[in-house]
Design a protein around this ligand. Structure first.
Ligand code: NAD
Length: 261
């Protein structure tokens, strides 16, 4: 019989609090309580566009696809830019301050971990960030807001000063994963003693492969998610519930104080 919820929470707090090299993998589910829908929420903004139609190859080849991309940005970007971190993000920032947290690998592109106070050095944004734009020719990065504003003012295919194509700095379907970040995330998973998954369906690879790397190298696996994941059977502990509420309860057990971010 599964242990009672209180017992599971106490075990999770003991594992997370006792970790010396905690690695956390977060997915869209940690940000739904900040008002950013995941792929599965009915009626969400993401259900109006299918990112799979907006592949990297199509973006490079077609001005019409790029126009659609920036148009989607007009819808999505203000909500991402203005979103506030929730308890889940704040608990992870507090765990870093407390010590023992090696890395947060996030599949999210919303920058909410950093807004909550997680330091850039602890973060790996494995799918990039939607808050910036990069030039596909010279690699220069810039804030996304001014580029979205150029599009909104009528510039249909905004370009870098060097003439290259500008693209939101997220990893699109069909686009190569960032090599250094992907390798670092795998090395961190292998080095972890506790691997904590929060709000991820664990269906999008290569991030979804990280729990396997961690478990194969001896880490304890803890999963916090509303729905079942393909890794539940491999986990030492599965906490089925809201990310914010569950992490808040773990923080309370550990006596962590959360910042107001
Ligand atoms: P996903 O949509 O595949 O899965 C999210 C999981 O979180 C689901 O299993 C869902 O049941 C669970 N969930 C939702 N709200 C929750 C909550 N409050 N508490 C606990 N669990 C909750 O997301 P994924 O695994 O991150 O992969 C999808 C891809 O979508 C990623 O590549 C990511 O880059 C991208 N994405 C990012 C954002 C963002 O940046 N916030 C939002 C949507 C999608």
């Amino acid at each position: 019989m599964a242990p009672a919820a209180d017992t599971r929470l106490a075990r999770a707090a003991a594992l997370v609090g006792g970790a010396r090299r905690l690695v956390v993998l977060t997915g869209a589910g940690i940000s739904t309580e900040s008002g950013i829908p995941d792929f599965r929420s009915p009626g969400g903004i993401w259900t109006r566009y299918d990112p799979r139609q907006l592949t990297f190859d199509r973006f490079c080849a077609s001005a019409e696809t790029r126009r659609l991309y920036w148009e989607m940005g007009n819808d999505l970007f203000p909500a991402l830019r203005d979103a506030h971190p929730n308890t889940g993000h704040r608990v992870l920032a507090a765990l870093e301050r407390r010590g023992g947290l090696l890395r947060i690998v996030t599949q999210n592109v919303d920058g909410l971990h950093q807004k909550a106070g997680s330091s850039p050095g602890v973060m790996i944004e494995i799918h990039g960030t939607a808050l910036q734009v990069g030039c596909l020719a010279c690699g220069a990065r810039q804030d996304r807001g001014p580029v979205q504003a150029r599009f909104a003012a009528g510039e249909q295919d905004p370009r870098c000063a060097c003439g290259g194509l500008l693209k939101p700095a997220t990893i699109s379907f069909g686009q190569a994963m960032p090599e250094r970040e992907t390798a670092q995330a795998a090395a961190d998973a292998a080095a972890s003693d506790v691997f904590l998954v929060i709000g991820s369906s664990l269906e999008v690879y290569p991030a979804a492969g990280l729990p396997r790397v961690a478990v194969d190298n001896g880490a304890a696996l803890v999963i916090v998610n509303r729905e079942p994941t393909p890794y539940d059977a491999d986990a030492d502990l599965v906490l089925r519930g809201s990310a914010g509420e569950t992490l808040g309860a773990i923080a309370a057990q550990l006596g962590l104080s959360l910042s107001d971010a």
